[in-house]
Design a protein around this ligand. Structure first.
Ligand code: MN
Length: 261
C-alpha cells in the first residue's frame, strides 16, 4: 500500500511539474539530437538527490528523462519497472526500517535489532545507488565523450582512461550474484577506484563517494537481455553519463577537502 502511495505521489508530482514547466523534468537531452542547451551542459549543475527525501521521509525521485529515453540500448519496460517497482521498494524498505528503529527505541525493545539494521543498510544503500544510477546514464550517452578534466583523473588513477573503462566493465560483468560496478572517489589517496559491490552494501570501503554506478542485478536487465549480463554492461557503457561523473568527482573532492582541514 505504501509503495502505491509513493508511486502515486510521484506520478502526481511529475504531472504537476510537467504542467508548470513543460518538459523541464528532462534534465538530460539526447546528445545525438540538436538541442537548445548545446554547449551549456558543462556548466549545468544537477541536484542529484532532489526528490529523494522530502518532509521527513525518503521518496522516489523522478527520472531525469522519460522512460523510453534510453531506447534502444535500455528498453522502456525494464526502466519503468526498475524505477517504479524495484527502486520504490527500497525507498519503502528504508522508511520501514527507520520506523521500526523508532518503535524499538520507544519500547526499549531491541529484540530484532540485527534484522532491522540489516534492512537499513540494504535498503538505504539500494536507494542511494539507484538514485545515482539514473543519473549515471544519459539518452545517447555522452556520445562517448569524456570531459577533459575527468579523462585526466582517470589517466592519473588507472594509467589510462581506456584501461579504466575496461576495468569498470570487467568488474561489473563479474560481480558475484546481484550487485553493482562502482567507480568511486577515495578521499585518503584522493584517487578514483573501481569497486565490485555485492547486493547494495557489501564490499565497499567506508568514506568513498560513488561517481558512476552500473546496476547488474538481474532485475536491471533480465526482461530484454535475459542471462546476458555482459551485453547489458556493454550497453550501459554506451549510455554512461561522463558529465555527471565529472560533476560528482568535483563534489567529492570539495567534500574531502572540507573533511581533511
Ligand atoms: Mn536495480
Amino acid at each position: 500500500m505504501d509503495e502505491l502511495i509513493i508511486s502515486r505521489r510521484s506520478v502526481l508530482k511529475f504531472a504537476a511539474a510537467s504542467l508548470v514547466s513543460g518538459a523541464a523534468h528532462r534534465l538530460y537531452a539526447d546528445s545525438n539530437k540538436p538541442n537548445e542547451n548545446f554547449g551549456k551542459e558543462k556548466t549545468m549543475e544537477i541536484n542529484i538527490f532532489a526528490g529523494a527525501y522530502e518532509n521527513g521521509q525518503y521518496t522516489l525521485p523522478e527520472l531525469p528523462y522519460d522512460y523510453d529515453a534510453l531506447e534502444p540500448l535500455y528498453d522502456q519496460e525494464t526502466v519503468r519497472i526498475h524505477h517504479n517497482k524495484h527502486h520504490a521498494k527500497y525507498v519503502k524498505g528504508l522508511n520501514d526500517a527507520l520506523s521500526k528503529l523508532e518503535q524499538a527505541r520507544k519500547e526499549n525493545d531491541y529484540t530484532h535489532i540485527q534484522a532491522i539494521s540489516n534492512a537499513l543498510a540494504f535498503n538505504g544503500s539500494g536507494h542511494v545507488l539507484h538514485t545515482l544510477f539514473w543519473h549515471s546514464m544519459k539518452p545517447g550517452g555522452n556520445g562517448g565523450k569524456i570531459p577533459n578534466d575527468f579523462k585526466t583523473a582517470l589517466d592519473e588513477s588507472f594509467g589510462s582512461s581506456d584501461a579504466a573503462l575496461k576495468q569498470f566493465a570487467a568488474a561489473s560483468k563479474a560481480v558475484e550474484s546481484n550487485g553493482w560496478g562502482i567507480l568511486a572517489y577515495e578521499p585518503i589517496a584522493q584517487k578514483l577506484l573501481i569497486l565490485q559491490c555485492e547486493k547494495h552494501q557489501n564490499l565497499t570501503i567506508w568514506g568513498v563517494v560513488p561517481v558512476l554506478v552500473c546496476d547488474v542485478w538481474e532485475h536491471a536487465h533480465y526482461l530484454k537481455f535475459q542471462n546476458d549480463r555482459a551485453k547489458w554492461v556493454d550497453n550501459f557503457m554506451q549510455l554512461a553519463n561522463w558529465d555527471f561523473a565529472s560533476q560528482r568527482l568535483e563534489e567529492a573532492k570539495n567534500c574531502a577537502m572540507a573533511i581533511r582541514r
